[in-house]
Design a binder for this molecule. Structure first.
Ligand SMILES: NC(=O)c1ccc[n+]([C@@H]2O[C@H](COP(=O)([O-])OP(=O)(O)OC[C@H]3O[C@@H](n4cnc5c(N)ncnc54)[C@H](O)[C@@H]3O)[C@@H](O)[C@H]2O)c1
Length: 297
């Protein structure tokens, strides 16, 4: 398949990532079917996207007609069959749980046309964990966006054990066509580039917190003011969703069995309480106040 043959994109999983990936692709002229098992999530995705684009209109960055045209290119459905029908490219953005993703890939392979490329937006899993559950391992790839996908420029494109060069190149080109700046990984490595570097920083941050060296708000402040990072690791965790970081660490711990890879107790307690960060209104910080205030553990 050539890049110009890609016209219809299916995004499955309409959470924080999928919702914005879908509208971003629609903004760049693609017809997009956004799928989720939850009708409520789909409604949330559409109303959230509407707010984002309306803000662009208010700021004079976009016309109301262009917003309407963008929404005309975006459809939503709880039927995966409907979403995959005639899809040229699928971006999977469902929860970061291996078994769920495997089931989704098996279904996508059954439902999508032969030509369709199946990409995962997983933050941690390599596509080689999913490709064997399809009959098209050469057309399975990682296309890793960053939160918030409407804003963040980077996309990591990762070649798996069986990803073909053609699939890799097509995915890189698609990322460019939707205005992103892709980087290519020629082999899989857990965490890819950015999250490996981020993990090194956040592991150290959790070590410092758990060993009582400093509070999380001071560790955040140190990274902001000393490293010139726009936000510290705990605030960034809240921003991305603490459950995402937790699941990724659990997945790694199950693989390595190394106690060092276990999620830190301060992270686990918050996730178990449902304090998932900004999306639930509370994580390391409480988002009901402006500015957000540090929470007691
Ligand atoms: N949050 C981030 O910062 C970030 C960044 C890059 C990549 N990712 C990756 O993107 C993926 C999604 O993350 P998120 O933050 O959007 O999660 P989220 O929890 O906000 O959304 C996940 C969505 O998947 C849906 N879902 C669950 N099972 C499904 C199924 N079988 N079929 C279709 N939909 C299903 C849920 O209803 C939910 O809407 C994960 O793989 C994550 O690793 C997340």
């Amino acid at each position: 398949m050539k890049i110009d043959d890609i016209r219809r994109i299916c995004v499955t999983g309409a959470g924080q990532m999928g919702a914005q990936i879908a509208i971003h692709a629609a903004l760049h002229g693609y017809r997009v079917a956004l799928h989720d098992v939850s009708a409520e999530q789909l409604e949330k995705a559409v109303s959230g996207n509407r707010k984002h684009l309306d803000r662009r209109v208010t700021k004079g960055k976009m016309s109301a007609e262009d917003v309407d045209a963008t929404f005309e290119r975006l459809s939503t459905t709880t039927s995966l069959e409907e979403a995959c029908e005639d899809a040229d490219f699928v971006i999977e953005a469902v929860v970061e749980v291996l078994d769920v993703k495997r089931q989704v890939f098996r279904r996508l392979d059954e439902l999508c046309p032969e030509r369709t490329v199946l990409a995962t937006n997983s933050s941690y899993l390599g596509n080689s964990d999913l490709a064997p559950f399809t009959g098209r391992p050469d057309r399975v790839v990682n296309m890793h966006f960053f939160y918030p996908p409407l804003v963040m420029q980077l996309v990591e494109v990762v070649k798996g054990d069986e990803t073909s060069d053609a699939t890799l190149e097509l995915t890189v080109e698609l990322a460019r066509r939707i205005g992103k700046q892709p980087v290519t990984l020629h082999r899989e490595l857990p965490g890819f580039l950015v999250n490996r570097i981020l993990r090194a920083i956040s592991n150290e941050a959790y070590y410092l917190l758990e060993s009582g060296v400093a509070s999380f708000e001071d560790i955040d402040r140190a990274c902001q003011l000393g490293l010139n990072h726009p936000m510290g690791p705990f605030k960034l965790g809240d921003f991305s969703g603490l459950d995402i970081g937790y699941e990724a660490r659990m997945e790694r711990f199950h693989r390595t069995g190394d106690p060092e890879d276990r999620p830190a107790p301060s992270l686990e307690r918050r996730v178990k309480r449902g304090d998932l960060g900004r999306k639930s209104g509370r994580g390391f910080y409480d988002y009901s106040t402006d500015p957000p205030t540090p929470t007691e553990d």
